[in-house]
Design a protein around this ligand. Structure first.
Ligand SMILES: O=P(O)(O)OC[C@H]1O[C@H](OP(=O)(O)OP(=O)(O)O)[C@H](O)[C@@H]1O
Ligand SMILES: O=c1cc[nH]c(=O)[nH]1
Ligand SMILES: [Mg+2]
Length: 212
């Protein structure tokens, strides 16, 4: 598994305000949206393209367009929804599938409450969106859903990741024949006793959408 921590002053600047406990929901939503676009620029570095010819006003020239089938973007509800617009702005031809997952806060195990994905993902490049990679249980389950349907490779875009979650994914998918990448704005210190990322930013879903 490959992990890329995007090292860029604009990313660090926006992440600092995102972490700030005084940042309100509207600002948090805007920053999450902006951050995902910056992370997506790096995350899509290997997106498949096909060669084309295009006519400029002066002459035909070579170019590329996104290959078919189009990539699939999969936000993990609820918090991952806050990253969808920022991603599709960069990849407008992508299709979108949905996974609804919630972590049981006493066992820290992920439960799936909604699945809306294409049946056949053979050969598809997939981009999973979830702001928080904590224990890694949620993302591992999501990646298994995609691989079970034939996805070719999976890139997860996370605003924050914990070392424990990276290690869990590395172990869970070791020796697999399909690539996995995690692109994140920061690799934080650790998980606390409640499974929250430290220093983190708290509960991403609650900060985006309120406590429900
Ligand atoms: O790596 P893990 O330990 O599995 O934890 C990470 C998950 O926890 C959060 O979702 P949550 O369960 O709070 O659901 P929500 O998006 O509805 O708030 C987060 O958005 C991830 O999906
Ligand atoms: O720190 C964390 C861990 C899991 N989910 C969150 O929203 N935040
Ligand atoms: Mg939550």
């Amino acid at each position: 598994m490959e992990t890329l921590v995007v090292d860029h002053p604009l990313v660090a600047h926006k992440l600092t305000t995102l972490r700030d406990v005084r940042t309100d929901s509207p600002t948090f939503r805007r920053l999450a949206d902006e951050l995902v676009t910056l992370l997506a620029y790096e995350a899509t570095r290997d997106v498949r393209v096909t060669d084309v010819t295009v006519d400029t006003p002066l002459t035909p020239t070579h170019g590329v367009r996104l290959a078919r089938p189009a990539p699939l973007v999969v936000p993990i509800l609820r918090a991952g929804l806050g990253m969808l617009d920022g991603m599709t702005r960069l990849l407008p031809t992508a299709e979108v599938g949905f996974l609804g997952m919630i972590r049981d806060e006493s066992t820290l195990k992920a439960q799936t409450y909604a699945t809306r994905l294409p049946e056949d993902l053979s050969g598809r490049q997939c981009y999973v969106l979830d702001p928080m990679l904590a224990t890694g249980g949620t993302l591992a389950a999501a990646i298994n859903f995609l691989f079970d349907r034939g996805a070719r490779d999976v890139t997860a875009i996370c605003l924050l990741a914990a070392p424990e979650g990276i290690a869990y994914l590395d172990e869970a998918f070791r020796g697999g024949d399909r690539p996995i990448r995690v692109v994140t704005a920061a690799l934080d210190e650790r998980l606390n006793e409640n499974g929250y990322i430290v220093p983190g930013l708290g509960d991403a879903g609650d900060r985006l959408y309120g406590v429900v």
